[in-house]
Design a protein around this ligand. Structure first.
Ligand code: SAH
Ligand code: AVI
Length: 329
């Protein structure tokens, strides 16, 4: 244990009645009845999806996790100083918080660490993370199980705070969704608070496509798992062998476009939705985008959201960036 024995764990579950997947029926109906079919990436993260994501982070081709960890290892104490030695770290999409410990260590070393708030839609992983961090650091941990696009405002801890969104998760937002999310973050920040954001950077096609088409097929399994989630939750009858994973770099939109391609002409039935969805042979359905950024573009995105880029750190290979933003003037 690293801190004094003041640990206290509270978990608030703010999911709509029906749980994390309650909006799923409407989302899936809307997404699969459009001419170009799309699913929302949040449905990847059932228990198996969270496990598969953890395995992705260890793949040789998937550099973002290692690069972000390298930045934290090199610069965490500078980050903590630049953020004004915050008392509380609120982490959105915390997952297993594996890299977060580097930041918490730096806050503990600076003598400012009082509380940690993991915020994630996946209840099991949030409870596990909250218990482990409270035991390891002896601090107050206030976990929030919610959709961070809906319930940001209910985070109760006092400042000075740093709100973090690590791992490049912002890249999975569509541009409009990203803009409104960042505006809400800006409204949440008090004058002494900061926002710490992990963003993957634009780079060559080969590196990007390899990261999302690993040789071991873990990313393909992660992608296809969303079909298993739909089968279980909505009584669908997707045959996972009748779809294949694709991921390609879109150099106009600056995102990796992640899709599932139907290998045959087929009809998928959704028992619980009274819905039949036809797929042509070769038809692609988007399941995720993973946007990549450059410093200048991100500065503009912050500015439009009422935030100001205050500091920027990258790893030695310039693969990934952490940036610190504050409320704009
Ligand atoms: N921050 C970790 C995990 C990233 S994976 C890392 O850097 O490795 C993305 C995480 O965001 C998952 O744990 C997933 O459950 C969570 N997540 C995705 N969409 C969410 C939403 N709308 N609200 C809350 N959490 C969400
Ligand atoms: C969680 N997110 C940042 C990952 C990414 O890289 O966009 C999700 C992922 N999808 C496929 N591989 C990893």
């Amino acid at each position: 244990m690293k801190g004094a024995a003041t640990q206290q764990v509270t978990i608030d579950v703010r999911l709509p009645p029906g749980g994390p997947l309650s909006g799923m029926a409407a989302d899936v109906r809307a997404g699969l009845t459009k001419p170009f079919k799309e699913l929302k990436p949040r449905y990847f993260y059932d228990e198996r999806g969270s496990e598969l994501f953890e395995r992705i982070t260890e793949l040789p081709e998937y550099y973002p996790t290692r690069a972000e960890r390298a930045i934290l290892e090199r610069s965490a104490s500078e980050i903590v100083a630049a953020a004004g030695e915050p008392a509380t770290l609120i982490e959105l999409g915390s997952g297993s918080a594996a890299k977060t410990r580097v930041l918490l260590d730096a806050m503990a070393d600076a003598g400012c660490l009082e509380a940690y708030a993991p915020v994630d839609i996946s209840e099991e992983i949030t409870r596990e993370t909250a218990d482990k961090i409270a035991a390891e650091y002896g601090i107050t941990v206030h976990g929030l199980v919610c959709d961070f696009e809906l319930d940001l405002e209910s985070i109760p801890l006092s400042g000075p705070r740093v709100i973090a969104l690590l791992g490049g998760t912002i890249g999975n937002f569509e541009p409009q969704q990203r803009a409104s999310f960042l505006r809400r973050v800006a409204n949440l920040l008090g004058p002494e608070d900061h926002f710490l954001l992990g963003t993957d950077l634009v780079k060559d096609r080969e590196t990007l496509e390899a990261a999302y088409n690993d040789a071991a097929g873990v990313t393909a399994a992660f992608n296809l798992n969303v079909l298993a989630v739909l089968n279980r939750e909505l009584g669908a009858d997707f045959d996972l062998d009748a779809f294949e994973h694709t991921a390609s770099w879109d150099d106009e939109n600056l995102w990796v476009d992640i899709r599932l391609r139907s290998l045959a002409r087929q009809i998928v039935n959704f028992k619980q939705l009274d819905l039949q969805v036809p797929f042509d042979a070769g038809e692609e359905m988007r399941t995720e985008i993973s946007t990549k950024f450059a410093r200048e573009g991100l500065g503009g995105i912050y500015h439009e959201a009422g935030l100001e880029l205050a500091a920027w750190w990258t790893d030695p290979e310039d693969l990934f960036a952490l940036s610190l933003a504050r409320p704009g003037v």
